[in-house]
Design a protein around this ligand. Sequence first.
Ligand code: FDA
Length: 409
Amino acid sequence: MHKFDVVVIGAGAAGLFCAGIAGQRGLKVLVIDHSEKVAEKIRISGGGRANFTNKDVTPANFLSDNPHFCRSALSRYTPKDFTALMTRHGISFHEKHKGQLFCDRSAEDLITMLLAECATGNVTRWQPCSVKNIAFSASGAGSYTIDSSHGQINTPQIVVATGGLSIPKIGATDFGYRLAQQFGLRMVAPRPALVPLTFDNEAWAPYAHLSGLALPVQIEVGAKKTKTAFLEDLLFTHRGLSGPAVLQISSYWIEGTPIRLNLAPEVDLPPALARAKATSRKLIANELAQLVPSRLADAWAGQDPAWQKPIGDATDKALAQLAEKLARWELTPNGSEGYKKAEVTAGGVDTRDVSSQTMESKQPGLYFIGEVVDVTGWLGGYNFQWAWASGFACGQALSLSSPSPYAPN
Ligand code: FDA
């Protein structure tokens, strides 16, 4: 029987980070992962450069059934703490759009750093290693017996860092959710988030030829108090809509409800079209192409015979309707591209059953960190920041077996 102070299941962002912190505190840590490689999602993130955090992180950048849950961990481990760690490891980075921080060279640098942090501590890693069964014995202080492909392990503490369901082909599983349910913890139903949205073929046919077109838009769902809006880039695809605008809103979109788009958020269309009507003899599509991308202008003007004429001949009503159709395009997706394309999984282990201070669940000694928990960040580095912050809170809270032969002098 192998004995460890803590077993971390999942060698991804949260698991490796937490293991390094616990190992450096003197705990004897085992990390196991069923994949051969560590941290595949870090490797493929941010186009290979990992958008590893965001300069401006607040709880408002996260979705959860309990929006306050993430506050404590996020305040105790900030983006500045993580960038300071990167600087200590000599990893340079740069800011892109809206506070998003990326590695200058490669996401591999981040993985090397996480492994180096583990190597500084007392961390053993078994990969590939699968978990067949976990049993809890309440006798004494309580301990777990893990039946793994490397043999039986005894430990008083388990950290579940197995992530969500997105991208199954690189190792995502529902392990964490099943384990939570095995120990009677509640779940918030998982769903794909940060994902492209799709439309039924017939409804999408008039727009399919716009595939590849990208433009800034305002996108929103909901109404009044539930309204959520983003100003971001939209991308037309063969099957529907993608790009940062749609990925962001997809996390808030409820099946069967519409999304609304302003395709010209930076232009006040009615006066712009009225001015053109007074001075121009060009076709409406050509005038519109001064205000929005020309492919979009052609496609929109082509939708109604009243818009296929010189702008000087158009009625005020027709121009008002054209402006309205561009500024308030409402359409209802029939679904999303699903876990195959989703960057994250919303929902997960219900935070009502997890401590926001330590990430320990109501099941003694069983901790949940990272994406497996019902905390989902916006696009822009927020999900990695949650992995670091929740991993830190947990890594600090795990207890040393006393007396531990591994504690530093
Ligand atoms: P993570 O998924 O990183 O790790 C889970 C680990 O558990 C994996 O190593 C897996 O193999 C292992 N595991 C699963 N089941 C297991 C089992 N049954 N037994 C043993 N091990 C098991 N976020 C961000 O902030 N900035 C970005 O740029 C991006 N970009 C991005 C691109 C793409 C394509 C995707 C899919 C995702 C992103 N993300 C992102 C999201 C980010 O990658 C994600 O939120 C974090 O990796 C979550 O960290 P975790 O450690 O919780 O899970």
